[in-house]
Design a protein around this ligand. Structure first.
Ligand code: NDP
Ligand code: OXD
Length: 310
């Protein structure tokens, strides 16, 4: 009987067991720390596992990340090089991120933040209405999440540019790649959205230099990882009115500590790492599909390149 070990401090093992077994009834699902005989485990499905969980599984054939991001594992664990490490790829996860980005871009674009503040003061005042074609939105990261968000924004008529590691060509999106083109990408950007994976190259990329390259009044949306952002640099950019506002979904320390200045900053919107949540009902399809692919000797979908870090 194929056996999978589930290990996550935040996800529901019961929901996952139900969704996995709905697609593969013969799959036995064990929940860490009740591993049983370690030799039995062929698959591991994990989010932020303790560092020694995976190295204790001698027969594991695929390690699955419960999230699209894999920094939670790469930062703490040495993964066996010969075992494929597969990240979460689920159209529903991508869809959720697209909604989050659209919502916050539209909110900034149509001045909804300012209107909410005017309502609190009972102020009746029109603000200028800019056409989407005159609003430049820049997406950092053109992977599953970034490409989808970029396409959705372009479909609404926004002037969208994207930045990736290697060259990408996407209809209706102006594309830039690599460090050499980063500053040109940032120039004239009204709304900057970070959907990068966290790697040594992208750690701290949302910093003073990046903010200075943006025009005065630009807004930031970070749904990548907390460590992309140098927090004090953002506070300085907001407090000097160089940046107008920021929406942050991810943080260095999660949950965001109650005393953190972001909670009460008038120009910061905080959401609790919910830009897009992995839903077992749809995400289980990706896991079971990959198990079947392995059984049938086919190539897996979503393998992480350990050298690249995403
Ligand atoms: P992908 O791996 O599909 O895409 C990553 C993109 O980032 C690629 O376009 C890649 O470039 C680009 N990139 C990587 N490194 C660099 C670099 N050094 N310079 C420029 N571009 C770079 O990832 P996803 O789109 O699926 O997910 C992205 C991230 O979103 C996840 O890693 C996770 O951190 C975050 N996330 C957050 C969620 C939330 O709820 N807040 C939910 C889901 C994901 P190239 O195309 O050239 O490879
Ligand atoms: C993910 C996340 O990486 O939820 O999927 O952050």
């Amino acid at each position: 009987m194929p056996t999978l070990l589930f290990c996550s401090p935040t996800d529901s093992p019961d929901k996952w067991r139900k969704s996995l077994q709905a697609r593969m009834p013969e799959l036995e699902v064990r929940v860490w720390p009740a591993v049983g005989r370690h030799e039995d485990i062929e698959y591991a499905l994990v989010w932020q596992p303790p560092p020694d969980v995976l190295s204790a599984l001698p027969n594991v054939k695929i390690i699955f990340s419960l999230g699209a991001g894999v920094d939670h594992l790469l930062a703490t664990t040495v993964l066996p090089k010969d075992v494929p490490f597969v990240r979460m790829m689920d159209p529903a996860l991508t869809e959720g991120m697209g909604e989050y980005v659209l919502y916050h871009v539209l909110r900034y674009h149509r001045h909804m933040r300012e209107y909410a503040s005017q309502q609190r003061e009972r102020v009746w005042r029109e603000l200028s209405q800019v056409r989407p074609m005159d609003r430049r939105v820049g997406i950092m990261g053109l992977g599953a999440m970034g490409r989808d968000a970029a396409n959705k924004l372009a479909a609404l008529g926004f002037a969208v540019a994207g930045w990736s590691r290697g060259p990408r060509s996407i209809a209706h999106i102006e594309t830039y790649h690599g460090r050499d083109q980063f500053l040109s990408f940032l120039q004239d950007m009204h709304i900057l959205v970070c959907l990068l994976p966290l790697t040594p190259e992208t750690d701290g990329i949302l910093n003073r230099e990046t903010f200075s390259a943006l025009p005065r009044g630009a807004c930031l949306i970070n749904a990548g990882r907390g460590r992309h952002l140098v927090e004090q640099d953002l506070l300085d950019a907001l407090d000097s009115n160089h940046l107008a506002a920021a929406t942050l979904d991810v943080f260095h320390s999660e949950p965001l500590p109650t005393e953190h200045p972001f909670w009460s900053h008038p120009n910061v919107t905080v959401t609790p790492h919910i830009a897009s949540l992995t839903n077992p009902a749809t995400a289980a399809i990706h896991v079971i599909d990959n198990i079947r692919r392995l059984e049938q000797g086919e190539s897996l979908v979503g393998i992480v390149d350990l050298e690249r870090g995403y």
